[in-house]
Design a protein around this ligand. Structure first.
Ligand code: AMP
Length: 202
């Protein structure tokens, strides 16, 4: 079982680092351990009761970041997709690196009102209220195979809306990858039968 160790305190809030003796994920225990060693649990952010999974330490470690990008590309196969979609905002970081590593283009899926041209919109329920994501209508050519990436999979609402947008814009979903999956929130089940690839599942 993963356990949490307090490693520091900032502005009165405990910052915890997740260590796992049995880290698991779809690319094996080594990749899972790598992510687990570079994620910080921030309690009560952005609101009370939420344990925020902060992956900035992974992004900031050049060697570890390159390794996780290579793991994602190896898992899917570099010839299996024609474009990478990143979900705003942390998904952009991962998507751009995969795009550069494989020589394909990157397409942002953005929060409502940010895209300058005609866009498709998909709304989904949040714990309180609703959120809307958008993609440009001309983002893909018909049949484009699209790898979708984000940092964290929680309830799966964000991912489900994004996969829907990709298909409405003419793309075919080639895969969906996250660095970290919160399995107790059931996102993977919500996205079924589409496969989910998570480097670390907690
Ligand atoms: P969901 O739609 O519930 O699967 O939420 C996933 C989206 O919200 C992703 O874009 C994540 O970046 C963000 N998110 C949700 N829960 C967390 C969390 N506990 N820690 C970090 N990011 C989260």
């Amino acid at each position: 079982m993963p356990d949490a160790v307090v490693v520091g305190r900032e502005t009165g809030t405990a910052v915890t680092e997740t260590h796992s003796t049995e880290a698991r994920g779809d690319s094996g225990p080594e990749a899972a351990r790598l992510v687990a060693s570079r994620v910080l649990d921030v309690p009560d952010f952005p609101k009370p009761g939420i344990a925020f999974k902060d992956l900035m330490p992974l992004f900031a470690d050049g060697q570890a970041f390159r390794q996780v990008i290579d793991e994602i590309v190896a898992y899917h196969g570099r010839a299996s997709f024609d474009a990478v979609v990143g979900i705003e905002a942390r998904g952009f970081v991962v998507a751009a690196a995969i795009a550069y590593a494989t020589g394909v283009g990157v397409v942002p899926v953005r929060k409502a009102g940010k895209l300058p041209r005609a866009a498709y919109s998909a709304s989904y329920a949040l714990e309180y209220g609703e959120a809307t994501l958008e993609v440009h209508q001309d983002a893909f050519t018909a049949g484009h195979r699209v790898l979708v990436v984000d940092d964290v999979l929680a309830t799966g609402g964000t991912a489900a809306a994004t996969l829907d947008l990709v298909e409405r814009a003419g793309g075919t979903v080639a895969g969906f990858t996250v660095l970290l999956e919160l399995s107790f929130l059931g996102g993977r089940q919500r996205l079924a039968p589409r496969p989910v690839h998570a480097l670390l599942t907690v």
